[in-house]
Design a protein around this ligand. Structure first.
Ligand code: ZN
Length: 306
């Protein structure tokens, strides 16, 4: 029997980023990377005097591929890159964007700017270790070697970028997925890039740096900025609408309320996952419970009854 041609690894040559228009001069750039378990959205907002790239992707070569896609839009050079938060899959392309567009400003919430170096160092130190989900990735060398470029412009609440014929609002609606979440709102197009405060491809990601008791309040602010008919681009997955964000707000609100209820009843944190009635699979809520208990004021926790 003749040798069959061997199929290349799925990610040996990643598919080109998929670019979709979601509003007037607003695009989603989607990277589907099964090898990294990622279905990631970046964003592009173009104006007369500049172009904003929302997040920079998980490696420098992938960021370069995204920049090729942006160049094909023929809207001019990237003038701003916004990091919606400090997680590696959203920031490891920063240096590649700066290399291609040296005048480009990097913007983020001040918590994201301050924590980015530590966050990426920790990720890069562990990414190749046995047990890491990325140890066998075709992108491993690129994950490890990506340069670290924290934001050079940071803000605590709101920052407005003037693109000449339109303004774009960068808003920190509060803590949720991380302490430094930022959404990118394009009011004249009714488009909002939500980072990982909103996720469509999977339940919202509660990681070791999440703020589970405050997430719903942050999403209240997001919903409050959205007109009916707005397009919301989540950090991962398909584009959604305001109703979807409202439903996710309600579910993360249930997570928060359940943590408060259980703690108030004296349920110990190690028992909370089995004691609660959760809106998401419990195996994804360990950090939510741990962090939620830590963030509760002392008076909201009762000692277990002997
Ligand atoms: Zn994230």
């Amino acid at each position: 029997m003749p040798d069959l041609p061997r199929e290349p690894r799925a990610d040996a040559r990643p598919p080109a980023p998929r670019v979709t228009a979601v509003g007037d001069r607003c695009w989603v750039v989607r990277l589907t990377l099964p090898d990294l378990n990622l279905d990631l959205n970046l964003g592009v907002v173009a104006g007369r005097d500049g172009v904003i790239l929302v997040d920079s992707g998980p490696t420098e070569p992938l960021a370069a591929a995204v920049l090729d896609s942006v160049a094909a839009l023929q809207v001019g050079p990237v003038t701003h890159v916004v990091n919606t938060h400090a997680h590696w899959d959203h920031v490891l392309g920063n240096a590649a964007v700066r290399a291609r567009h040296p005048a480009c400003a990097v913007l983020a919430h001040e918590e994201t700017a301050a924590s980015l170096r530590d966050h990426v160092h920790t990720f890069q130190a562990g990414v190749g270790e046995a047990g890491s989900p990325y140890a066998g990735s075709a992108h491993l060398a690129d994950l490890r070697s990506a340069g670290i470029l924290p934001a050079d412009t940071s803000f605590s609440s709101v920052h407005v970028v003037d693109l000449g014929d339109r303004v774009v609002e960068l808003v920190h609606p509060g803590r949720g997925h991380t302490a430094g979440d930022v959404v990118v709102h394009v009011p004249d197009a009714a488009v909002l890039f939500a980072g990982d405060l909103v996720e469509q491809a999977a339940p919202p990601s509660y990681g070791e740096d999440c703020w589970p008791l405050e997430w719903a309040t942050a999403l209240d602010v997001v919903v409050g900025t959205l007109p009916p008919g707005a397009v919301v681009v989540p950090g991962h997955g398909d584009v959604v609408d305001r109703d979807f964000v409202q439903r996710q707000r309600d579910a993360v609100g249930v997570v928060s309320a359940t943590i408060r209820d259980l703690a108030g009843q004296g349920v110990r944190p190690e028992d909370a996952l089995t004691a609660g009635d959760w809106p998401y699979p419990v195996e994804q809520l360990a950090d939510a419970v741990r962090r939620g208990y830590e963030h509760l004021p002392r008076g909201a926790r009762r000692l277990p009854l002997a």
